[in-house]
Ligand binder design. Structure first.
Ligand SMILES: Nc1nc2c(ncn2[C@@H]2O[C@H](COP(=O)(O)OP(=O)(O)OP(=O)(O)O)[C@@H](O)[C@H]2O)c(=O)[nH]1
Ligand SMILES: [Zn+2]
Length: 199
């Protein structure tokens, strides 16, 4: 499931295209790494900014496309797109659904959560690690786009640890904190208590 280092050489890149959105017009570039296709979404002034905002957003079909209230993904994506359209920067839409266990397994994890397991316990019960994501394709993308320094939008210390080792300087961490609701309260608490999120 994890992306292997050796696959990185085989990444196929698209050209850059214009994408008008409700947040403004972005430049987009797609990358294909095996079965996973990722999207870099850049503000028009991205290349001119020395320390751009960067958000690495993990795919969440239920949150991003359907408006699920079980997680904070949709709100975080909205926040990131608003911020980069205002201040300049980049969102990498990283297609590692369900912390890279895929949609079928994530829905099975939700089924276990319906029975009382939390987000970490459910992953473990299904035979996965609590977080199966691998950010090496994102590293490739950031370097392809010439990024040297960034203001990283995240609460996740694992992401920070990974990108600190890439040689790209994190000059600032911007919290990705959005509104909680009664359905995602426990999810956020588990992220804080068990996954170490800076919430
Ligand atoms: N396996 C699993 N994945 C989930 C669950 N809820 C959300 N996800 C996935 O988690 C990913 C988002 O990760 P989060 O842990 O919410 O946030 P993060 O990206 O690690 O951290 P931030 O940068 O602070 O937002 C997306 O791929 C979601 O599909 C769940 O209950 N189980
Ligand atoms: Zn989500």
């Amino acid at each position: 499931m994890n992306m292997k280092k050796e696959n990185i050489n085989k990444i196929i890149e698209s050209k850059i295209a214009n994408l008008p959105t409700r947040y403004g017009t972005f430049d987009v570039k797609a990358y294909k790494d095996g079965f996973q296709e990722h999207l870099a979404i850049m503000s028009k002034n991205f290349k001119d900014i020395e320390e751009p905002l960067v958000r690495v957003h993990s795919e969440c079909l239920t949150g991003d496309a359907i408006g699920s209230l079980k997680c904070d993904c949709s709100n975080q994506l909205d926040l990131a797109l608003k911020l980069i359209s205002k201040e300049g920067g980049l969102v990498v839409y990283h297609r590692q659904e369900g912390r890279n266990i895929g949609l079928v397994n994530k829905i099975n994890a939700y089924n276990l959560q319906d029975q009382g397991y939390d987000t970490v316990e459910a992953n473990l019960k299904l035979g996965f690690q609590e977080d199966e994501r691998d950010y090496s394709a994102v590293e490739y993308i950031l370097k392809d786009l010439g990024l040297k320094k960034m203001r990283l939008i995240t609460n996740n210390p694992r992401k920070i640890n990974f990108f600190e080792k890439t040689g790209i300087e994190i000059v600032e961490r911007i919290p990705a904190i959005t509104q909680t609701n009664k359905f995602n309260e426990n999810y956020l608490k588990t992220k804080k208590d068990q996954l170490g999120h800076l919430l």
